[in-house]
Design a protein around this ligand. Structure first.
Ligand SMILES: Nc1ncnc2c1ncn2[C@@H]1O[C@H](COP(=O)(O)OP(=O)(O)O)[C@@H](O)[C@H]1O
Ligand SMILES: [Mg+2]
Length: 312
């Protein structure tokens, strides 16, 4: 039976205009193309789980506008269960204008959406007992807390995508989650915006996260790999050395892959290694979603890497 994962959190629609140069003032520039693609941490993680062969439900919120419909249809096309991707009447979805220049530089204007209610009462929490693992990002705190609390009661392992947030968001979620996986900006914001430019400071911040209740506190550091702290001590997983083309969504995909592997019963070390391989392969291809590898590709890559190990 395929592993059942719940991913809860953020969804946004990127409206992408490739241009030669980013505009530097007013005026009009011509785009060579135009396309729309879904993004958002929790939503991208759900797509990653589906691409890797897991059975996944996305629990999220948008407006009942064209952007909401587009996002829902796209996730459905990846095989994600979108029955509880709710489009709220009269609300407006989060969208971004993304200008991508020839040299890869980007300018992004994000509208966070409006009129989307925060109360999580509509979530089908009775489904949590039947899941193998659950992930939430830190953008919808009420939803994340409802999911984590229910999962803890059922013994279902949970993962938090700990991106940049206000202190109250960390204070609410860290006591309820099992695995908190921070990005570098996320851990900095948790540490009161201190720089965290040496390992001692990073480990101290991760230890403080654990003191709030999570069992595993991890930090993803892009091409520098992952460091995590648990009861047994401090551990590291170097990043796999790949030809990087586009790191969009690397963290989101890492979180999805990590949650899926935990749900399959892997230990933390194996889950970190697998998620690092998935995220590294994503970085070799364009697109936060289109670049997500299949399970077959990841398995082949990891077998190859046993001969050519990750960087140190
Ligand atoms: N340049 C890279 N080379 C190899 N792996 C990478 C690279 N960038 C990211 N990754 C993988 O993706 C994970 C998440 O990336 P990171 O940049 O830390 O997250 P986010 O996208 O949330 O900022 C890293 O821990 C690593 O495993
Ligand atoms: Mg991230």
């Amino acid at each position: 039976m395929t592993t059942r994962i719940i991913c809860l959190g953020n969804t946004t629609l990127d409206k992408v205009w490739p241009v030669f140069d980013l505009p530097t003032g007013g005026g009009k520039v011509r785009a060579s193309d135009y396309f729309e693609v879904g993004g958002g941490m929790g939503a991208n993680a759900a797509v990653a789980v589906a691409r890797l062969g897991g059975s996944v439900a996305y629990w999220g919120r948008a407006g009942d506008d064209a952007a909401g419909e587009t996002m829902k249809n796209e996730m459905r096309s990846y095989g994600v269960d979108v029955n509880h991707f709710r489009l709220f009447p009269g609300a407006r979805s989060s969208t971004s204008a993304v200008l991508v220049a020839n040299d890869g530089e980007r300018a992004i204007i994000n509208f966070r959406g409006a009129g989307i209610p925060d109360h999580p009462a509509w979530l089908p929490l009775e489904a949590v007992a039947g899941a193998d693992a659950a992930l939430a990002d830190i953008r919808w705190i009420e939803g994340a807390c409802a999911l984590f609390a229910k999962a803890r009661g059922c013994g279902v392992p949970t993962v938090l995508d700990a991106e940049t947030a206000m202190p109250a968001a960390f204070a609410a979620t860290l006591p309820l989650v099992d695995h908190a996986v921070f990005s570098e900006p996320g851990l900095r914001s948790f540490a009161g915006n201190r720089p965290l430019d040496n390992d001692e400071d990073r480990i101290a911040a991760l230890a403080r996260a654990r003191s709030l209740g999570c069992k595993v506190a991890a930090l993803t550091r892009g091409g520098e790999g992952v460091i995590w702290v648990d009861d047994a001590g401090i551990h590291r997983q170097p990043a796999f050395v790949v030809d990087v083309v586009d790191t969009t969504g690397a963290g989101d995909v890492f979180h999805g892959a990590y949650t899926l592997t935990l749900g399959e019963g892997a230990d933390v070390t194996d889950a970190m290694r697998f998620a690092s391989a998935v995220a590294a392969l994503k970085c070799t291809r364009h697109g936060g979603r289109a670049g997500i590898p299949t399970r077959t590709a990841v398995t082949a890559f990891m077998a190859d890497m046993q001969v050519r190990p990750a960087s140190t």
